[in-house]
Design a protein around this ligand. Structure first.
Ligand code: MG
Length: 389
């Protein structure tokens, strides 16, 4: 089998976007002079790659991180590396793309572009072998996938309480809220962030997991005090309290708190996660398969994490991550972004693909018989997109 064509399509969302009462701290929100510290962290486009073969199989991959840049990298640098190659040689092709781009790549957009292509290659592999990707990666390690509800973007306490109660009612055993008050609001803001956590805990009771997302918005001093004050609320984890490069500070924080620390949503490759493991910086890894290096690299990181007792709970849910969760004993659950109006960008995949797994009573199931990743591109209801090829 040979690769004959590689296509990169940019899906740009032109429809309505919900912005009222949408809050989250960001790496910019601790700087002065910021009018909109969220803008650079919302992506309202998505990259889809399609790899065609002379055997008639077409593989579909995707990237959600800076998709416009990823398209340029696929078109200008990576596509030509794959033409005429055997798509089943996924280890070799990952290594060829990674090493060819090493001078300007290693992390960020280049890895997201490589990941999209790697996912498409595994999709071909699954279709050629008539097996879902998780079966090729080791098969089932669980009867179903437990999920946690990822939303609660509000800091209005009435809405927060109503939303939390609703997710519990829908059968989710966990839910994640965002820090509504940035570091610049000081101790008063910290107290309000804690008030939000307290309210959710009081609303859902002791048996529901609560996760707190900081989206890289704080510094070491704030995080240390914040964690101390959060101790009574039994958080399942505190997520990305610091910038991803502050590996040493995560390691210091971990020694001061009993709250599990999670991160890695903005870390890349087996080398990045090796550094995190060596520093004993985190309790939970949250790579996204469509950033970290695709299935090829995700599998290796899961195995490394397993040895060190670190859990893997990938960012974003979505099929490319669900195959990883299903096939690894390192992974106890998946994130679940529900079908909603477009708000932060992660919701967009529901509008591009058919075949995403829908949670029932907080649980997901993967089809043992659906070959490849299990996604197809929507052919209708695309009026809110501009698609650039
Ligand atoms: Mg996150």
């Amino acid at each position: 089998m040979k690769i004959t064509k590689v296509r990169a399509k940019l899906y740009q969302w032109k429809g309505p976007i919900k912005t009222t009462d949408t809050i989250f701290a960001t790496p910019l929100s601790l700087l002065p002079f910021q009018d909109d510290s969220q803008a650079p962290f919302r992506f309202f486009s998505w990259l889809v790659v399609e790899i065609e073969t002379d055997a008639g199989h077409t593989g579909i991959g995707n990237a959600g991180l800076c998709p416009d840049l990823c398209k340029k990298i696929v078109d200008g640098k990576l596509a030509s590396l794959l033409i005429n190659e055997n798509p089943l040689n996924t280890e070799y092709l990952y290594e060829k793309m990674y090493r060819s781009s090493i001078a300007y790549g290693r992390k960020g957009a280049v890895l997201a572009a490589i990941s999209a292509l790697d996912i498409a290659l595994w999709d071909i592999k699954g279709k050629a072998m008539d097996q879902p990707v998780f079966m090729l990666m080791g098969g089932r390690t669980k009867s179903h996938i437990e999920t946690y509800y990822s939303r609660l973007y509000t800091r209005n306490l009435d809405s927060l309480q109503a939303e939390a109660a609703q997710y519990k009612e829908q059968g989710f055993s966990g839910m994640k809220l965002r820090c509504g008050y940035p570091l610049t609001e000081g101790m008063a803001g910290m107290k309000k962030n804690i008030e939000m956590v307290k309210l959710v805990r009081e609303t859902v009771g002791d048996d529901i997991n609560i996760m707190l997302e900081a989206y890289m918005g704080f510094n070491f001093a704030y995080a240390k005090e914040f964690l101390r004050r959060l101790e009574p609320y039994n958080l399942r984890w505190a997520e990305e309290l610091l910038l991803p490069d502050e590996i040493h500070n995560f390691a210091k924080l971990k020694k001061t708190t009993a709250i599990p620390l999670s991160g890695g949503e903005h870390e890349y490759t087996r080398y990045g996660f090796h550094d995190l493991l060596q520093a004993e910086a985190l309790d939970i890894f949250q790579f996204d398969t469509n950033r970290v290096g695709g299935f090829t690299e995700a599998q290796k990181i899961c195995n490394m994490a397993l040895v060190h007792g670190v859990e893997v709970i990938p960012h974003g849910g979505q099929m490319h991550n669900l195959h990883v969760v299903m096939s690894s004993f390192a992974s106890p659950m998946a994130e679940y972004f529900p079908i909603t109006e477009i708000e932060v960008g992660n919701e967009m995949f529901w509008y591009i693909f058919d075949g995403e797994a829908v949670a029932e009573n907080g649980k997901l199931q993967l089809d043992d018989k659906k070959p490849g990743v299990g996604l197809t591109l929507k052919t209708k209801d695309l009026e809110h997109f501009t698609i650039i090829e």
